[in-house]
Design a protein around this ligand. Structure first.
Ligand code: PLP
Length: 472
């Protein structure tokens, strides 16, 4: 797959830059030890390339900053609100839009307004805060990913799809009356950044309609999903990404959107709704907790950046260049002998740490080990998606149930790093792949009961301990 720069050239040039720090190997070693071997505890000025998250980390455009200068900070009825609302209504077609400061605020407001205790929320895969907010509303989150998703190497085009048979079985089975919501995450962030097909969304809509269950989208990456649909689903090859995104919103009864991703801004989100009564309940909840319904916890200048960001993000030239850049990084990494979840998505690449580090068992947290090594060798920060994050541990912090996969997510911020930065990441990874045995395991020293990855403290397992543990 040779990429022609004439077709994948990013449709922008860089106007404002920010220096990135370079630390010595000794300084990185000390910084990671002081952070308790938890990358969340590192300071930004200790990081050379930050791939921890694509959320709120993108670069804004000159047009967004110019719009921000026009931000109207009136408490109610600000001009910036109407600009934002008109843009979102135009994109989604929903009559009711409620602004929120970020996605999870919308989750809490929607779930506490819509779900009753004991009900089930079904998803292709709940994002972690979404999962937590369903539980906080007293309901049960249930993931029904399609079977292809379990094969990390399969190049099926839509591994983000929901398992339609399992969904229908649940809706028609003894628990059917308990299903209070079906929520489709596009793209499927929890499962390798894989897209959801329009055919899958259409089938979900039909099932939900037949069983009178509300159908919502969790559409943080509505534009990236639309781009992958335009490339992989033949019925939509003539559609623009914006047309596809609008069609997806039209299929559902409403949506939750974190605009920290495809809003191309540092903060923001919205709830989109059709139902008048649900809107009234959500609006009261919003005013009580986030702010008046014409700002929802956002400043006028944020609403302006978002209104412009939503326009820019569906530009096919931008999406094509971004997808090509991630695909190119995937190819460099794969050529260096490191497997990634296939096929490559757009906002992130998921490294298969278990395959690269077979000398480490899940209780050594191979994903975390690889993430730490990327920092020690290259100042690169990323996030584990494996047993440290998803496994269960006992009171002595020993791993009891490992996660199904040991992955590391390299999240790619929007419009921030050039292909040269990404080549650097691939080079650091290639050096690790030449001598993977030197990567040590880690063990947990202390961990909170809730939200473990954010606050856990670890330490490296020494070479002799590691050997003893392998012999045992
Ligand atoms: C980021 C994200 C959320 C939560 O949004 P925040 O803005 O981080 O609160 C919910 N769902 C998905 C799929 C996300 O990617």
């Amino acid at each position: 797959m040779q990429m022609d720069p004439r077709t994948i050239l990013p449709p922008y040039r860089i106007k404002v830059v920010e220096p990135i720090p370079f630390l010595s190997a000794e300084e990185r070693q000390r910084a990671l030890a002081e952070a308790g071997y938890n990358p969340f505890n590192l300071r930004a000025d200790q990081i050379t390339i930050d791939l921890l998250s694509d959320s709120g980390t993108g670069a804004t455009s000159a047009a967004q900053e110019a719009a921000a200068a026009l931000g109207d900070e009136s408490y109610a009825g600000a001009r910036s609100w109407f600009r934002f609302r008109d843009e979102v209504v135009d994109l989604t077609g929903y009559p009711h839009i409620l602004p929120v400061h970020q996605g999870r605020a919308g989750e809490r407001i929607l779930f506490t307004s819509l779900l009753k205790p004991g009900q089930i929320c079904i998803s292709n895969t709940h994002f972690d805060t979404t999962h937590a907010n369903v539980e906080l509303a007293g309901a049960e989150p249930r993931d029904l990913p399609c079977p292809e998703a379990a094969d990390l190497d399969s190049v099926e085009p839509f591994k983000g799809n929901i398992d339609l048979d399992a969904l229908e079985r649940t809706l028609t089975g003894p628990e059917g009356h308990r299903v209070g919501l079906v929520l489709m995450t596009i793209t499927n962030n929890g499962l390798g950044a894989q897209p959801v097909s329009m055919a899958n969304l259409e089938a979900v809509r039909e099932l939900c309609r037949r069983h009178h269950v509300p159908f919502f989208l969790d559409a943080a990456r509505f534009a990236e999903n639309a781009w992958l649909v335009s490339q992989r689903e033949s019925a939509y090859s003539d559609w623009t990404p914006r047309q596809i995104a609008t069609r997806a919103f039209q299929l559902a009864d409403g949506c939750l959107v974190s605009l920290k991703k495809d809003g191309l801004s540092a903060i923001g989100g919205f709830i989109g709704l059709r139902d008048d009564d649900l809107h009234a309940v959500c609006e009261a909840n919003l005013i009580a907790s986030e702010g008046f319904s014409t700002y929802g916890g956002l400043a006028g200048h944020d609403l302006e950046r978002l209104a412009q960001g939503i326009r820019e993000v569906v530009d096919p030239a931008y999406l094509r260049a971004r997808a090509a850049s991630t695909a190119r990084l995937a190819r460099l990494i794969n050529d260096a002998g490191v497997a990634t979840v296939q096929p490559a998505g757009i906002h992130g690449l998921y490294l298969n740490a278990a395959r690269l580090l077979p000398h480490l068992s899940p209780r050594d947290f191979p994903g975390h080990s690889l993430g730490c090594q990327l920092y020690l060798d290259g100042g690169i920060r990323c996030a584990e998606v494996g047993s440290l994050y998803l496994g269960t541990v006992d009171d002595q912090h020993q791993l009891v149930t490992p996660a199904p996969f040991e992955l590391v997510r390299l999240a790619i911020p929007r419009r921030v790093y050039t292909d040269t930065h990404l080549e650097y990441v691939a080079a650091v990874l290639a050096d690790i792949a030449k001598d993977p045995e030197r990567v040590r395991g880690y063990r947990i020293v202390s961990a909170p009961r809730l939200l473990r990855p954010f606050k856990v403290i670890l330490e490296p397992v020494t070479a002799t301990e590691g050997a003893a543990a392998t012999d045992a």
